[in-house]
Write a protein that binds this ligand. Structure first.
Ligand code: HEM
Length: 388
């Protein structure tokens, strides 16, 4: 049975999840030497287990990242548990609270104009790869020049999260890390909205201002640039796909806010952008009949938990009116639950409201969707649509 695979190579991952879930929801994968968890109950148990820690991304700097890339990664909010994580998470939450809500409509309209407002477009390339990051950057007050530069370098930078990087990827990460770190640091020092965040954190944790600034720079990059990039790109892509695929069978009005919001939430369960995450056991963990030994890796298949029939009635049906869709695992759970869950649902809903109000007829031109060659996120490479 395959547990880890490139999303580009599997047309229907849910069939695989369904088979393993019904036979072996807590499965030891001998080839990859990991425990793969497929049930809703099992995923939840591991996500909330204090002995299940987030694995280090780049232990002992095995990749040879430069000082800027290292500063980002060592202060990353996805650190394992402990005081450093608490401080990083708090700084991330404070930064998110500080961000101004920018008008998504204006940013989206600009992107539509840049795409030439033709009758056909690639939704992924023209909108999904740019809108989420631009909205976050503009919420944090970055100017247009910095936004353009960061958007043009983002694909290189997000490779920082890959567990295995090629030589070329490392060289590219090192190059753009320095540039983006310096821009972000200048921005943070010059902008008054961050002053209260810096003050609150340095008083609470009794750390010097320089340390807090560097922590905030890293988190701002992690937040605004890295964390949200793939996931929100995927949410916007997959939501449109599901709405266009189910629009004829569900009684709806696509410009109806409630309908779109429910569709985004059901997409997060049914066709999530994030499919899995990892943990390492720092102590023995007992799950069902299995003993996960200290040091062993755990692969949590969130997208399988989302299709567990013990949790969701008729899980393979896209049903926006199922009462517990919001219990999906796509934002994680417990101490590492995504702090941007509400932000992301609002973002995707608002963008789709504008798009469905702006165009009256939106059609999918090609049902054959290809996916990026990634393991933990499922991202359409392109979605060709006609708009009128
Ligand atoms: C559809 C959009 C998103 C999805 C599906 C998503 C999913 C997730 C998941 C599954 C985790 C937990 C990972 C784990 O436990 O191993 C997580 C953590 C996190 N997410 Fe998101 N995310 C999304 C958008 C964003 C955005 C837009 C931001 C920032 C603006 C963000 C910031 C974070 C941060 C900082 C963490 C780490 C929390 C911690 O370790 O305490 N996410 N996200």
């Amino acid at each position: 049975m395959v547990t880890t695979f490139l999303q580009s190579e599997i047309q229907d991952p849910y069939r695989i999840y369904e088979t393993i879930l019904s036979n072996n929801p807590v499965y030891w994968d001998e080839e990859n030497k990991l425990w793969a968890i497929y049930s809703y109950k099992g995923c939840k148990a591991i996500l909330s287990n204090s002995f299940a820690h987030i694995p280090a991304v780049n232990p002992n700097n095995k990749d040879g990242l430069n000082e800027y890339a290292l500063m980002m990664i060592s202060q990353f909010v996805r650190l394992s548990n402990g005081i450093k994580h608490e401080l990083a998470r708090e700084s991330a939450m404070l930064l998110l609270e500080t961000a101004n809500k920018v008008a998504i409509n204006n940013v989206l309209e600009n992107l539509l104009q840049n795409a030439g407002c033709k009758s056909e477009m690639d939704w992924v390339d023209s909108i999904c790869k740019k809108l989420p990051i631009l909205v976050v950057l503009k919420s944090f007050g970055f100017n247009d020049t910095d936004c353009d530069l960061i958007v043009s370098k983002i694909e290189q930078l997000v490779k920082i999260m890959l567990p295995h990087k090629t030589y070329e990827q490392i060289a590219a990460i090192n190059e753009v890390s320095k540039e983006i770190y310096i821009i972000t640091e200048k921005h943070l020092i010059a902008t008054s909205i961050y002053k209260p965040v810096i003050k609150t954190l340095s008083e609470k944790y009794k750390l010097e201002k320089d340390k807090i600034v560097s922590l905030c720079v890293s988190n701002l990059i992690a937040l605004s640039i890295i964390q949200g990039y793939d996931a929100n790109r995927g949410l916007l892509s997959n939501s449109l796909l599901q709405i266009l695929n189910h629009g004829n069978t569900v009684s709806n009005d696509c410009s109806n806010v409630t309908y779109l919001r429910k569709s985004v939430i059901e997409t997060l369960r049914f066709d999530p952008p994030v499919h899995n995450t990892k943990r390492v056991a720092v102590n023995d963990i007992i799950l069902d009949d299995a003993v996960i030994k200290k040091g062993e890796t755990i692969f949590i298949v969130l997208a399988s938990g989302n299709r567990d029939p013990k949790q969701f009635v008729n899980p393979n049906t896209f049903d926006i009116d199922r009462t517990n869709n919001n219990e999906h695992l796509t934002f994680g759970l417990g101490g590492h639950r995504c702090p941007a869950n509400n932000f992301s649902v609002n973002f995707a809903t608002d963008a789709l409201i504008y798009f469905f109000t702006r165009f009256k007829i939106i059609k999918l031109l090609d049902n054959n969707i290809e996916y990026e060659p990634t393991i933990n996120v499922r991202l359409p490479k392109s979605i060709l649509i006609s708009i009128l």
